[in-house]
Design a protein around this ligand. Sequence first.
Ligand SMILES: [Cu+2]
Length: 144
Amino acid sequence: MFRPFLLISVLAAACTGAESPAPPAKLSAQDAWARAADSGMVTAVYLVLRNPEAAGVTLTAASSPWAESVTLHMTHEMNGMVHMMPIDSAPVAPGDSVVFAEGGRHLMVSGLRRKLAAGDSLPLVLEFSGGRSLELKAAVRSPY
Ligand SMILES: [Cu+2]
C-alpha cells in the first residue's frame, strides 16, 4: 500500500531539486506568452519582469523581428468599457517584479509579418534604461 506513494514522493522531490537552482540574480523576463493571431493582425504579449538587482530598471521599448511594432500598453476599465492606452515605460524597482497580464499591462504587437499559431515562439527584444536589452521568446498560445 505504501510503496507507490513513497515512490511518487521521491520522484517529486527529485524533480523539485532539479528544477530549482539558485534564483537568477539578474533582470529577467519570465512566463512570456503571446496570443495566437493571423498575419497582419495585432496581438498581445504577457510576461513577468523580475529585477533581483540592487538598482531599479525601466522598460522603455520593445520590438520583434516578426512584427512592425511593439508598444507598451495598459488596459483600463472605465464606466464598464475596456480601453487600452499606450504607456511610456514600466519601471521595476530593485528586488521587485512587474506583471504584464490580461486586463493590465501588456506588450501590444502590431503588424504581424506572419501567422502566430499555438506552439510558435515569438522572438522579442526588450529595451531598458541605461541601454540594456533582453532577448526572449514568448510561447504562442491559443486562447480557446
Ligand atoms: Cu493593447
